[in-house]
Ligand binder design. Structure first.
Ligand SMILES: [Zn+2]
Length: 705
């Protein structure tokens, strides 16, 4: 056990004040010991060790499906076992196309053949490692097309509306969109839906190149030949292996024929550098583009179509390849069928020092921190699962297949899922389920900001104040709603597990998904000292200790109610601008009832936490069971309209925004499509979910008595 006397003597002067701070879910008399344990845990992480894992993970290109990805998984598992942890590799399979043919040329009015090559840099030896996957968009269709070119700005629904107003039809054409704003998969999907037969996506220097700062290697931004790889799987329908929607792809599993996989695109798509895009854009005529469509190239931007005619030919090896998830289980001692899960992917498009090694290394150091505590005699009350996912870049493959395989046990016992991905040295970005806002703010209150003498909570509140300089009310801490873009999706949207996504802002836009995302880049332009990596390890270790050991799971349903009310008000305001009648009275009524239930629960929890002796473990187990089910009652079994894999009624990635979250997605997307019957039907589903939640919250309060 911990020699808490010595520890306390060392730490008491600095932290005495903190011991009286609230700790949701802990009896008053346990708080001091818990915060002592956490303080002890936060002293374990070391920046130097984080660097070792990062260098190892990012030393070679290691895309999912390759032997190099398996080698990374083997290294991670061996290291975890070395610390005495129960680590294993769970293998899955998935369709993972690699490129075999990539041709892009302009056939008229002038001939030009695109290089499609990111040059290695003498200043950065990692950029010349063998085994790099050429630049491409995974899950674009095989195709060979020739057509006039049209510039579509970011390729959003509004951009296509603008083109229509200018009399430009993209039907039968090849479009060129720039990266940024919306997710690339949405650009490709909208190109297809608007009738384009091919799609190019390029990185304009205005968004992540010389317009923003010096280019690599002089500065952090994207060089002329830099290309953003990435998936164009239609993850708005469902993530994971396109051939096994809703079930796990293991060796011998039933698979859809490729032609029936709805998340696969039907047109060829290719990402290119601005170096390759400029000659094409220069040969566009037609209307001048509106001012906001203009990038930073020294050309006059026109819409087209043509006179540039381009020939695009791509092909892939459409094979199923292996995935290797590394999973650690630390069994709980009291509430052992319930688990706190923390995951970060390990696969990369190329070397991936920032994405994902920076986050994966933090997970490893968190694992070492927990293993150190275990050796010192601590054991978690709940089970802790640590996961290093494979295949995230292709479409959240490793996490989705794992969640689908373990669906029933996760529905029964997954209390919270915590995710991280690339992390840098900017402000802390914290997204997640609103029921975890109080919990998260209490964690951040207890951790130092690596850049200033203040807590991470104070830093977050200062940032909130800076965003709204004229607001007079004191800023509050809020978690941003989660859309998509990393491995929490299956847990939050398919299983209804309360989730968090945490990391320091990266500043890695200029090298994102390119051969230039290397340790050399990270050292010079991101968290080279790993002070932020260490702070994120402290955040993760503290969060996990607290979630694993809190006698009562720290969900706050008053925060959840407040958040849903904000979303409802937004919808109401939005709908007033449009014709048609949106009726949210049922949702309003339920929110009022939930508010009352949440306050009653909070009063009861406060009483229980002061009670001596505290409630018996069997009683608390029942309460926690109900609390976990409360969160899951936000799922509807029929799912969202047209995409039944997504079952969370409160949040989902937008069908036409991608990474950005849509709150109350069923209602909102119907309102946006001006289908008010469907919107009102969806409002009834939301009201029903809130009613189910309310009854669980009431039950939890009763059980605490
Ligand atoms: Zn990532």
């Amino acid at each position: 056990m911990l020699r808490s006397g010595i520890l306390l003597a060392l730490l008491a002067p600095v932290f005495a004040q903190q011991y009286s701070a609230p700790l949701r879910g802990f009896p008053v008399e346990d708080r001091k010991a818990q915060q002592e344990l956490e303080e002890h845990a936060r002293a374990i992480p070391q920046a130097d060790r984080i660097r070792v894992y990062m260098e190892r993970i990012a030393s070679k290109p290691h895309q999912a499906g390759s032997p190099a990805s398996k080698a990374v998984a083997d290294y991670l598992a061996a290291q975890l076992k070395d610390w005495g942890l129960d680590a294993r590799i769970e293998n899955f399979e998935a369709l993972m196309p690699y490129p075999t043919v990539r041709v892009l040329e302009m056939t008229s009015p002038v001939k030009f053949r695109a290089e499609l090559k990111e040059p290695a840099l003498a200043e950065d030896p990692s950029t010349s490692e063998p085994g790099q996957l050429p630049s491409y968009n995974a899950y674009a269709a095989t195709g060979d097309v020739t057509a006039p070119l049209v510039y579509v700005n970011y390729g959003s629904p509004d951009d296509y509306a603008e083109l229509r107003r200018d009399g430009i039809d993209v039907k039968g054409k090849i479009v060129i969109a720039r990266y940024g704003r919306n997710w690339r998969g949405v650009k490709a999907k909208l190109a297809q839906e608007n009738g384009a037969i091919g799609c190019l996506i390029y990185s304009d220097p205005r968004d992540d190149g010389f317009y923003q700062g010096d280019i690599y290697p002089k500065g952090p931004m994207r060089p002329e030949e830099g290309v953003q790889r990435g998936s164009v799987l239609d993850m708005g329908l469902y993530p994971g292996d396109p051939l096994t929607p809703g079930w796990a792809d293991e060796a011998g599993a039933k698979r859809l024929p490729q032609a029936e996989a709805k998340s696969l695109l039907k047109i060829p798509v290719l990402p290119i550098s601005w170096g390759d895009a400029k000659p094409l854009l220069e040969q566009l005529g037609g209307p001048l583009v509106p001012e906001p469509w203009r990038g930073a190239l020294p050309i006059t931007y026109h819409m087209g179509a043509g006179p540039a005619v381009v020939h695009l030919k791509v092909d892939f090896d459409w094979t199923v390849k292996p995935l290797h998830d590394v999973i650690v289980t630390i069994p709980g001692t009291v509430d052992k069928d319930r688990a706190v899960i923390y995951g970060n992917h390990h696969d990369a498009w190329v070397n991936g020092a920032s994405d994902p090694a920076s986050g994966a290394a933090v997970l490893m150091e968190t694992a070492r921190t927990l293993s150190t505590l275990l050796r010192q005699g601590w054991h978690p009350k709940r089970t802790i699962v640590l996961a290093l996912w494979d295949g995230e870049e292709f479409g959240l493959l490793g996490s989705t297949e794992w969640a689908e395989k373990h669906l029933q046990e996760l529905q029964r016992g997954a209390a919270v899922y915590i995710n991280s991905d690339n992390t840098g040295r900017g402000a802390l970005a914290a997204g997640g389920s609103p029921s975890l806002e109080t919990f998260m703010s209490e964690v951040l209150r207890d951790i130092n900001d690596p850049s200033a003498p203040r807590s991470l909570l104070e830093a977050a509140l200062a940032a909130a104040r800076a965003r709204r300089p004229r607001a007079t009310d004191t800023p509050e801490f809020h978690l941003a709603p989660l859309g998509s873009g990393s491995d929490y999706v299956a847990f939050l949207d398919h299983l209804g597990v309360a989730s968090l996504n945490l990391g320091f802002a990266g500043g890695d836009a200029g090298v994102y998904h390119s051969i230039y995302d290397t340790m050399e880049w990270f050292d010079r332009f991101s968290d080279g000292s790993l002070a932020y990596g260490k702070a994120l390890t402290q955040v993760m270790a503290t969060s996990i200790l607290r979630l694993a050991d809190a006698p009562v799971l720290p969900f706050d349903f008053a925060s959840l109610e407040r958040a849903v009310r904000v979303y409802t008000d937004e919808l109401q305001r939005d709908a007033q601008k449009r014709p048609g009648a949106l009726d949210l009275r049922g949702v309003d009524t339920q929110l009022a009832r939930l508010d009352t239930a949440a306050k009653d629960y909070d009063d009861q929890l406060a009483l229980t936490m002061k009670r001596v002796p505290p409630p018996a473990p069997e009683q608390l187990a029942k309460v926690n069971d109900i609390l976990q089910k409360a969160e899951a009652s936000l799922l509807s079994p029929q799912g969202l309209p047209g995409r039944e894999w997504y079952q969370n009624e409160i949040v989902a990635p937008g069908l036409y925004t991608g990474y950005d979250a849509k709150t109350l997605p069923g209602i909102r997307e119907a309102v946006e499509a001006q289908h008010y019957d469907e919107a009102n039907q969806q409002a009834r589903v939301v009201a029903q979910a809130l009613r189910a939640l309310e009854s669980k919250v009431e039950e939890a309060a009763r059980l605490l008595k």
